[in-house]
Design a protein around this ligand. Structure first.
Ligand code: GLC
Length: 471
């Protein structure tokens, strides 16, 4: 599938490739309007039970609970399953929770700390929810809607909340949380891949911020040769979801794709994919990236960078605030830029879209309080906290556009320049598709497979997954 050209922008996770017009904010109204219309239709079809499109919610009943004016409950007790969000410094979850408890003292929220690794997180939740248990509200990855919807692991929020609520989000995010016309998650924060760099080291060496992967390689080698940094570029190469995110960026920069248009077969065994994977391999064999890259998740890469050991880092938005938190060796020395691309390709390179939504467990007995909590967490108070204290990209459009917020968030200032690519998560078989990618990418980084053999294996595992054989 060819990348969607500039007429399309950040949009649904359903488009495998999405480009954003530089300096222009986000995606076309049409896709979003379609998603909203679909969500509205769903609400209507579900039977006057909860909300009318754009109208005032009345009441609905689910899992034995009556929901009066969804999102307006003021008492109850719920559990919130959420992974840590950042890797050091203050914990955003507890900061948010204490603000929520001030606003709603009679809704008691118990935080359950979820596994950091999104794959382990998903596997644990899947087991709990399919066994009829699990938390009331959970923070879940943006790549989950298709799988979770197909397996009834999330309650559609469009069943309860009016389209005016979904209209508060930045364009594209609701479409990404929609599966077969129903909205499953409330976008909580958005992640994108960024290039973090050492301003001081680049200045000292009279180097500009690199815009190509080849420059990242040469600049790194030059700085490493002078002994100013142990590594050039640290990223996520362990055998887990993060390696898929990183590979999506190299792959899309090289012009490759993972799936065909209908998500029915693999397109990964291509010359472009080979170029991308060979480059990743060379990062390690050249010593620009650590020998142990095949074991690095976000935390390990972040720690090397914050310790002053690497010139460049690929990480999500919170990488900035984390690099500036107490204990970091690079406070005041870090710049943030869009991702590089391969020489000869239009700049910037692609940033993978990540992020997390808030979902309701279909077994929750406290839906009224769940909805109040979700509405607050996606409203302006919580979104301001996430954006101004943790350099997260807010999902709430008004907060995102606020000049004060933009001024306080170094990453948000770069967002208008990024070019985005989602992962091919439009298929419920995505977990197995991604496993096929990250196990093979990581094996190349570990030196146990050649790029060509890895792509051949990934190709066949993806096709098996798409035929329903990989789950
Ligand atoms: C971040 C992203 C998420 C992604 C994960 C991979 O948490 O927000 O979408 O799956 O990293 O490690």
């Amino acid at each position: 599938m060819a990348p969607v050209e500039k007429s399309e922008s950040r949009s649904s996770m359903r488009n495998e490739h999405v480009r954003r017009r530089p300096g222009r904010s986000l995606r076309p109204v049409t896709l979003r309007a379609a998603a909203l219309a679909a969500a509205a239709m769903t609400a209507a079809v579900l039977g006057g039970c909860s909300s009318s499109a754009g109208g005032t919610a009345t009441s609905s009943s689910t899992a034995g609970a009556t929901v009066a004016a969804p999102g307006n409950a003021t008492s109850g007790a719920i559990t919130w399953w959420a992974s840590p969000i950042t890797t050091s410094g203050a914990d955003p979850r507890t900061v948010l929770l204490s603000a929520f408890q001030k606003a709603y003292p009679n809704i008691k929220v118990s935080l359950i700390s979820a596994p950091t690794d999104t794959d382990t997180n998903r596997a644990t939740l899947t087991t709990q929810i399919s066994g009829g248990a699990g938390p009331d509200v959970y923070m879940g990855d943006v790549i989950w809607p298709a799988q979770f919807a197909a397996h009834q692991l999330a309650d559609p929020l469009s069943k309860y909340l009016p389209s005016s609520y979904f209209d508060t989000f930045a364009p594209g995010l609701v479409a990404g949380a929609t599966y077969k016309g129903q909205v499953y998650g409330a976008p909580f924060f958005e992640d994108q891949g960024f290039l973090y760099y050492r301003k001081d080291l680049l200045a000292e060496n009279h180097l500009k911020v690199p815009t190509t992967w080849e420059q990242v390689m040469t600049d790194s080698k030059a700085i490493q040769a002078k002994g100013q940094a142990q590594y050039g570029y640290v990223f996520q190469g362990a055998s887990y979801e993060g390696a898929t995110c990183n590979y999506m960026e190299f792959l899309t920069d090289a012009g490759g794709t993972v799936l065909n248009k209908d998500s029915t077969s693999s397109t990964i065994n291509s010359a472009a994919a080979l170029k991308a994977l060979t480059f990743e391999q060379q990062l390690v064999t050249s010593g620009v990236s650590p020998k142990a890259e095949s074991t690095y998740q976000e935390l390990q890469a972040m720690n090397e960078f914050s310790a002053g050991k690497s010139v460049f880092l690929r990480n999500w938005d919170y990488g900035y605030s984390t690099s500036q938190a107490a204990g970091s060796a690079v406070i005041g020395k870090v710049g943030v830029a869009p991702m590089p691309t391969f020489t000869g390709e239009p700049t910037p390179g692609y940033s993978n879209i990540g992020g997390w939504n808030l979902y309701v467990n279909p077994h929750s007995k406290n839906v009224a309080a769940d909805l109040t909590f979700i509405k607050w967490m996606t409203g302006s108070d919580a979104q301001n906290i996430l954006a101004t204290q943790f350099s997260e990209i807010p999902t709430n459009q008004a907060v995102r556009e606020s000049p004060a917020v933009i001024k306080s968030n170094a990453v948000l200032a770069v967002v208008p320049q990024t070019k985005l690519v989602p992962r091919p998560a439009q298929t419920p078989f995505y977990p197995a598709v991604s496993t096929a990618i990250y196990t093979n990418v990581s094996a190349v980084l570990a030196g146990s497979k050649t790029p060509a053999a890895a792509l051949k294996d990934a190709d066949s595992a993806i096709n098996t997954a798409l035929s329903g054989g990989g789950l």
